[in-house]
Design a protein around this ligand. Structure first.
Ligand code: EPU
Length: 424
């Protein structure tokens, strides 16, 4: 049997905890290293399964990858393959980013459809539209997308039907070394996208507008190595803030960036929680301090692209809302299958019902009870952890390999602020 967490609930979380480097931003940065033959040094890289899997994908393409504590050192002197192994590609969605990077670096790539959480239909049309606009030809055999260009890629004006995060990064990676100027209109504005554009600029790219819906990429001939630090993980920080709220605890999340979390903190304030930004911690960093010891009220929210409420925080937010007074409403507008966690929370006694078009209604407060449940995807797993911390008795959480994909040593992190959680 695979590992499980045993979580004993009803302990208020208290203390200071430091947030790790961002999973998604680190994944994009690792792939960006493919664009230069020089060494790329990344700091603050979380020690999680997705980074391991992606490192193996890069190794199959010819990259030397080694970890030194929190740093990852990558060098892609020569690209020895443009076809990552399908069984690795299917382990995570970010694997498809190698297509943009290989197209930019050597003009072709052959890649299976990526895997990742089963949280919705997750098509690739926007990625492919972007590659085509830059002059690539696209074919599909039984298993692979074959993307290639016989002449150098040329900059283009591209309108995205939807501000897809990975499609924005994929087109960025393909366009930085293209001839001329590329404009992406309706680009994703997520901090992780902004960060990878900043990293590419440090490598010699000429990108502006990152962090907005309108990104301009002026192609350059060559990129060089860099020494770059990954931003803190706003989704881990959000999960910890919500764990504090659900247990009526009081926690300082050090190193969290307030601006990246304003959609969550504004909802926490609306619920009646005490939230303070830029609080100094003992280690000299600043962070977000939250207290859920006050009377908390229900709220309504929608999960939408950044800077709106993050879809990845919808499931743990739902768990926290089981502990507040009144009927809360969450409308999921990013994915059509984000609500897998609902069945698991119901087993624990949550009053939560599925409405139409991916919406959920949560009636609180409910006394949750520990039982045997599963992590059904990364964030559905996070939802159950938050619920279990608030519940009476012991929760056995199975299939925690999903959580290992995205949270660095979650049991250690929560234990350091008083959570009773043990890996078995
Ligand atoms: N979409 C399309 N066509 C496309 C691409 C996306 O219709 O070509 C649709 C999807 O079906 C979905 C919506 O656009 O309904 C949003 O998808 P998006 O492409 O923005 O998501 P993603 O780039 O595949 C990344 C993160 C997700 C996070 C989303 C939204 C990585 C590896 N994944 O996925 O993170 O939920 O952005 O912020 O960066 C997680 O960390 O647990 C996770 C799932």
């Amino acid at each position: 049997m695979s590992d499980a967490y045993l979580i004993t609930g009803s302990n208020e979380l208290k203390g200071t905890v430091r947030v790790a480097g961002s999973k998604n931003a680190a994944l994009y940065a690792v792939v960006a290293s493919l664009l230069t033959s020089d060494e790329v040094i990344l700091h603050n890289v979380p020690d999680i399964a997705d980074i391991e899997e992606l490192s193996d994908i890069l190794r199959s393409l010819g990259t030397l990858v080694r970890r030194e504590n929190k740093s990852l050192i990558l060098q892609s002197k020569t690209i020895i393959s443009t076809k990552p192994p399908g069984e690795l590609v299917q382990k995570l969605r970010a694997s498809f980013l190698v297509v943009g990077a290989l197209l930019g670096r050597v003009g072709s790539a052959e890649c299976a459809a990526p895997g990742g959480d089963v949280i919705g239909s997750r098509p690739l049309d926007i990625h492919l539209t972007g590659f085509r606009a830059l002059g690539a030809e696209i074919e599909h055999d039984e298993t692979n997308w074959i993307v290639s260009s016989s002449s150098p890629l040329s900059g283009a004006s591209i309108f995205f039907d939807y501000p897809s995060v990975l499609a924005t990064v994929n087109v960025l990676l393909a366009a930085v070394l293209a001839n001329g100027v590329t404009i992406i209109v309706n680009a994703a504005a997520e901090p992780e996208v902004e960060m990878v554009a900043n990293m590419l600029n440090q490598m010699g790219a000429n990108i502006s507008g990152q962090g907005t819906a309108h990104i301009k990429i002026s192609g350059v001939h060559k990129l060089h190595g860099c020494d770059f630090t990954i931003i803190p993980d706003r989704l881990e920080a959000g999960t910890l803030l919500l764990s504090a709220i659900a247990t009526r605890g009081e926690v300082l999340i050090s190193n969290a960036v307030p601006e990246h979390l304003s959609s969550l903190t504004s909802k926490l304030l609306e619920m009646g929680a005490e939230v303070q930004m830029d609080v100094q911690s003992d280690d000299g960093d600043t962070g977000i301090h939250v207290s859920g010891a006050t009377k908390l009220q229900s709220v309504a929210l929608q999960a939408v692209p950044y800077p709106g409420f993050a879809t990845d925080l919808h499931p743990p937010m739902a768990s926290a809302l089981t502990q507040v007074t009144g009927v809360s409403f969450i409308h999921e507008r990013v994915y059509d299958n984000r609500t897998l966690y609902v069945s698991e929370l119901r087993k624990m006694g949550a009053q939560i019902t599925l409405g139409s078009s991916s919406s959920v209604l949560i009636e609180g407060p409910s006394q949750l009870r520990g039982t045997r449940v599963k992590a059904l995807d990364i964030r559905a797993g996070a939802a159950v952890v938050v619920a279990a911390l608030a519940a009476e008795g012991v929760t056995t959480l199975e299939d925690i390999f999903h959580l290992d994909r995205g949270y660095e040593n979650l049991a250690g992190t929560l234990s350091s602020i008083g959570g009773k959680i043990e890996r078995v």
